[in-house]
Design a protein around this ligand. Structure first.
Ligand SMILES: [Zn+2]
Length: 290
């Protein structure tokens, strides 16, 4: 099966052509034509829809496809493909029937799932996938986490555990959710940039002499996040942009201690995970609505 896959974020729409068989392991997927286009969210709903259509058309122009798989920011109803809620990062997306819109435009099967869910599905089913529940943490602009139940790929099998909004520092930094001291205010790229007053996180993590205290605090907060996530699932995968800056990983795993040694790993698919997870779910997931 040939799929046009996109991953709609607040800043970019990523696109990917994927060729894969239902039931085949994700590591066997052939993919090409990895593209980025600006989401144009600041210009509003119509502009975002245009970016989405152009991204899909750019894949279809290269290869004919049988279906469309979409990962998007926002809360998505797994069965209907409707965006139930989206923040102002995607204006107009709250309540948007994204699947219906794309089916009408392209006249082929469409599946839509949440982006963090998609990334979690991709990491869980990639490589030697563990036959056990797994929590996938994504450290980027915020902190996301989803638990993928072992081999149950449906609306109840992948759960957003809202780890980023667990209180970590009572009375701490104000979070965009309105609460004080949420974990993502301490474990995210945004938090590190704020605390180090430096937007170049590569430079920050390379400079322990200057930023030692902040790096230490980040690792401690991530240890808390992992222990919290382990209440939901025995195995943990950590991904997201900050994970690709590898320097802090060894110190962090030392802090975490040997009890997690065989239960934690770094994500391996990078920022293709969203599009690949959407493809995997489209091929292998169970959806109530056809
Ligand atoms: Zn919060």
């Amino acid at each position: 099966m040939k799929l046009a896959c996109i991953d709609i974020g607040g800043t970019t729409v990523k696109s990917l052509f994927v060729e894969a068989q239902k039931g085949a392991p994700l590591s066997s997927y052939k993919w090409e034509g990895y593209g980025f286009a600006p989401t144009c969210a600041a210009q509003g709903f119509e502009a975002i829809k245009r970016s989405v259509l152009l991204s899909i058309e750019s894949v279809l122009a290269r290869c004919s496809c049988d279906a469309i798989a979409v990962a998007t920011a926002g809360t998505v109803d797994w069965d209907s493909g409707k965006v139930v809620f989206a923040t102002e990062a995607l204006p107009g997306f709250s309540g948007f029937d994204l699947r219906g819109f794309l089916k009408a435009e392209f006249d082929m099967p469409v599946r839509v799932i949440n982006d963090a869910t998609a990334a979690a599905v991709a990491e869980h089913y990639n490589g030697d996938h563990i036959d056990s529940d797994e929590a996938v943490l994504t450290i980027g602009t915020g902190l996301g986490a989803a638990v993928v139940a072992a081999d149950r790929l449906d609306a109840t099998g992948v759960t957003d555990i809202k780890l980023g909004h667990v209180t970590y520092v009572p009375g701490g930094h104000r979070c965009k959710c309105g609460k004080l001291g949420c974990l993502e205010q301490y474990v995210s790229a945004t938090a590190m940039r704020r605390d180090c007053a430096n937007s170049d996180l590569d430079a920050v993590f390379a400079d322990k002499a200057t930023y030692g205290a902040q790096i230490d605090a980040f690792e401690e907060a991530l240890c808390f996040a992992v222990r919290k996530a382990s209440e939901y699932a025995p195995y943990i995968v950590i991904g997201g942009g900050v994970t690709e800056i590898a320097r802090w990983w060894d110190d962090f795993t030392k802090k975490l201690g040997p009890v997690f040694a065989d239960r934690i790993k770094k994500a391996s698919l990078g920022n293709r995970a969203g599009a690949l997870g959407a493809a995997y779910a489209a091929l292998n997931g169970s959806f109530e609505r056809q």
